[in-house]
Design a protein around this ligand. Structure first.
Ligand SMILES: [Zn+2]
Ligand SMILES: [Zn+2]
Length: 156
């Protein structure tokens, strides 16, 4: 995400926190900023490395606590299949999420298709299952990577 968008997203997070009466502390802000700046997914290990190389006083447990806070507030999503995190494109609203993850370039698109949510509700109902989080992760190839592959094939 570009610097300008990162600043706007941080300001938006600040406003949501103020409305909810929770605090976006300096470290939480920094952790969120680092995730926003990263194109695609960032692993906790890399996040901690990036942050602690900027500031030696930042230790893993505090980063994990900040991540838990940001997840709770819906500012980021955890990507289980990649063991990492991505900034939410609709922060501050509770929502079901469909993440399309390109295995070629690492680009992640976040979508919120209504009917998928209903299908998941129906499936869960039938099994008597209570859903606590609706995050669907799709792996594949994004349009840019697909087009690039086509071009490579077309050029002899
Ligand atoms: Zn989201
Ligand atoms: Zn791609």
């Amino acid at each position: 995400m570009a610097t300008m968008q990162t600043a706007q997203a941080l300001d938006a997070a600040e406003r949501v926190c103020a409305q909810r009466g929770v605090r976006l502390t300096a470290l939480r802000r920094r952790v969120l900023g680092q995730i926003l700046k990263t194109e695609g997914v960032i692993k906790a290990y890399d996040l901690i490395h990036d942050l602690s190389s900027q500031d030696r006083s930042i230790k893993p447990p505090t980063v994990y606590r900040s991540l838990a806070f940001l997840l709770d507030q819906g500012f980021i999503h955890r990507i289980e299949s990649l063991n990492g995190f991505v900034a939410c494109s609709h922060p501050g609203e509770a929502h079901e999420t469909l993440l399309m993850i390109c295995d070629g370039c690492g680009h992640i698109d976040e979508l919120h298709p209504e009917h998928i949510s209903e299908a998941l509700d129906r499936a869960a109902d039938e099994k008597g299952f209570t859903i606590s989080a609706k995050v669907v992760e799709l792996h594949g190839t994004c349009r840019a990577c697909r087009d690039a592959a086509r071009e490579r094939r077309a050029t002899p």
